[in-house]
Write a protein that binds this ligand. Structure first.
Ligand SMILES: [Zn+2]
Length: 653
């Protein structure tokens, strides 16, 4: 925050200020007159205790019918112990976000009353997510009314409500008492949906009453872990008709025609469940719901829960099946989290309630290995073809092979990024780095998997680790925390090796991406002038164009510059994110035109001329680049077993 300036102050104040300045010049007062004092912090908020909240269950009623204005209206009744001051918390540290991203700036209109009388609330000045309420003696219940004014436009946050669907995340619509584990606070929830809508959730005990659905009493942590997807156009598909627990695909769409799916598409999603069970040999839920939105209006999403996941893709997931393959690792990723992340959870990421800070040191397991199994299960289930799996891996490998941010920032430090950056847009991603523990973590686990396979001559693999580490205690529905040493011990149980040093080297070193798994998997990363079918489809569907490994640009629709590769030809000419390429060698920009220009420059000496618009400024950049187009592929290494092929093959049992 900037210092107070004279701008905006009255003329009299300015005059006085000048006068006092003159006084200072002639006679400085003693130093003590300007001494600062350190403000005392308010008393700390009560730490959560593993005790049942004694005053009884909270009643939480949400009216989600104002879809025109995207407003959720909340009525909450919180029983309290008579005569005691109450501190209520709005969830700040959100599981799955791994960050203090609770949308408190959108919690509005708070009115607190008791016995029909309005009470005042006061926000804690050190922890703005805590509200203090002085309840008069004799008060045994607080009556709260407030709104969650969810985003109406993308810059405010992810759109979670449209005229035909919504995503209700309970953490956004609840205040809860400080001092208790979330698992020890009971809640009786209900939601009112627009007429004719259908809602899906992992919550138990649904009891419809007109437009309102009441759910059974549950613990606050289960409630927050059980969002609702609802919509006007919906379809539910049973993904495991004869399995040990119901697994459902709960689809909400912008339009009814987007709900049409073929038998082959359904079969691939059913295979996902089968292949996950063959991998883990267990499940940690009594039922599971993929809450799946197909929408070009509600924001895309991927958020894991124990018995469900929030999955949001574009509206044509099923109807553009042949070209929209890039979205098909999402469900395998979020489903894997039921085992890795929700059931087995890093010890420093587990917190007793939503206002204790999380520590993210093990996200390279939580997200990195989930990213790995997400792509492997997509291939094993047939959601991706073998070639698509290889092409997707080539894109990941190329990204980290070129990530110059390695030079200053080890992968381990990127696990802090959900807290540092909270997914803000970046100017120089290849240099700043981002949440690289996802996909660089994926490469580490490929490194581990191929090493296990090599050392055991194919007898063991990372599948054995997954089964022994995540697959234990079939049916358990709790959180079982783990440490770095637990990971190392489980790997040593699969095959003895210095796994601690192996992992720490790849997490802590600078200057090198963990790409050994490719060669040990039987492939090498090469660049050609042709895009893979997977990349071509992803670019045409996303209206993007990738030149990161040639001139050093990644472009969005209409030539907007999304990324500039640090130290690339574009970087060296001063190009930056946010500007727009409007012409290439004098012709209006098109991705095809730029590809043709890069190819033509190979055989000539003229630079590639780009006319770029930034606000009301125009500038021409001349890129003296003659290396041609470069797109990543995996090429088979002769003489090495095709371990990647084995990894991507469906398990027969
Ligand atoms: Zn994830």
């Amino acid at each position: 925050m900037g210092a107070l300036t004279l701008k905006g102050m009255g003329l009299m104040h300015k005059t006085l200020w000048r006068a006092s300045l003159a006084a200072i010049a002639f006679s400085l007062p003693p130093a003590a007159a300007f001494a600062q004092q350190i403000a005392p912090l308010p008393p700390p908020i009560a730490s959560p205790q593993d005790l049942a909240y004694p005053a009884g269950p909270i009643t939480l009623d949400v009216d989600a019918t104002d879809t025109a204005r995207h407003i959720f209206r909340v009525h909450e009744a919180i029983p309290v112990a008579a005569g005691q001051a109450v501190t209520l918390l709005y969830p700040r540290w959100l599981p799955g976000n791994h960050s203090p991203s609770g949308p408190i700036f959108q919690m509005t209109g708070l009115e607190v009353s008791a016995n029909g009388q309005r009470l005042e609330w006061r926000r804690d000045t050190a922890d703005v997510y805590a509200l203090h309420i002085d309840a008069p003696p004799g008060v045994t219940a607080l009556d709260l009314r407030f709104q969650y004014v969810s985003p109406t436009a993308a810059p405010q946050g992810r759109i979670t409500m449209t005229d035909v669907m919504l995503d209700l995340q309970w953490n956004a619509v609840v205040l809860y008492p400080a001092g208790y584990y979330a698992s020890r606070i009971r809640v009786i929830p209900s939601v009112k949906l627009p007429d004719g809508w259908t809602g899906y959730t992992a919550l138990d005990g649904a009891r419809p009453d007109g437009a309102t659905t009441h759910y059974g009493e549950t613990a606050l942590d289960v409630l927050v872990d059980s969002p609702i997807y609802a919509g006007r156009y919906t379809k539910q598909v049973d993904l495991d008709p004869h399995g040990p627990a119901p697994v459902r695909l709960d689809v909400v769409a912008d339009r009814p025609d987007q709900l049409v799916m073929s038998e082959a598409q359904i079969a691939a999603h059913r295979n996902l469940v089968t292949q996950a069970y063959r991998l883990y040999g267990s499940h940690h839920y009594d039922h599971y719901d993929f809450l799946f939105s197909l929408s070009d209006r509600m924001g895309g999403n991927g958020l894991e829960h124990h018995r469900s996941s929030e999955d949001g893709v574009q509206g044509d997931y099923f109807t553009s099946w042949d070209t929209y393959s890039s979205a098909r690792d999402l469900l395998p990723h979020e489903y894997t989290h039921s085992w890795n992340g929700k059931y087995r959870r890093p010890f420093d990421l587990w917190t007793p309630n939503y206002n204790v800070p999380m520590q993210d040191t093990l996200l390279w397991v939580y997200e990195g290995q989930t990213q790995y199994w997400g792509y492997v299960l997509a291939a094993r289930s047939g959601l991706h073809s073998r070639q698509q799996a290889l092409d997707a891996l080539a894109l990941t490998a190329a990204t980290y092979d070129a990530r110059v941010g390695h030079d200053w920032r080890p992968l381990q430090d990127t696990t802090n990024d959900p807290i540092i950056a909270q997914r803000r847009p970046q100017g120089w991603r290849s240099w700043q780095r981002s949440e690289d523990y996802y996909s660089e973590g994926q490469l580490i686990w490929l490194d581990v998997d191929t090493l296990i396979r090599e050392r055991t001559h194919g007898a063991k693999s990372l599948d054995d680790f997954a089964r022994a580490f995540f697959g234990v205690h079939n049916g358990a529905f709790n959180e079982d925390t783990f440490t770095f040493d637990d990971v190392v011990a489980a790997l040593n149980h699969v095959t003895p090796y210095d796994w601690a040093a192996f992992l720490r080297t790849r997490l802590d070193r600078r200057g090198q991406a963990p790409l050994d798994g490719l060669a040990r998997g039987g492939y090498r990363l090469v660049y050609t002038e042709e895009r893979s079918a997977f990349q071509r489809d992803a670019e045409s569907h996303g209206k993007t164009a990738d030149f990161m490994y040639s001139i050093g640009l990644s472009l969005g629709e209409g030539g907007v510059i999304n990324q500039v590769q640090w130290d690339s030809p574009a970087f060296n000419q001063g190009m930056f994110v946010g500007a727009n390429i409007i012409a290439v060698n004098g012709d209006a920009y098109s991705a095809d035109g730029l590809r043709r220009a890069v190819t033509a420059a190979k055989t000539g000496h003229d630079p590639i001329e780009l006319l770029v618009k930034n606000g009301d400024q125009y500038q021409t950049y001349a890129l003296d680049y003659h290396g041609g187009l470069r797109f990543p592929h995996l090429q088979r290494l002769p003489g090495v077993p095709d371990r990647l092929g084995e990894i991507f093959s469906a398990r027969a049992r």
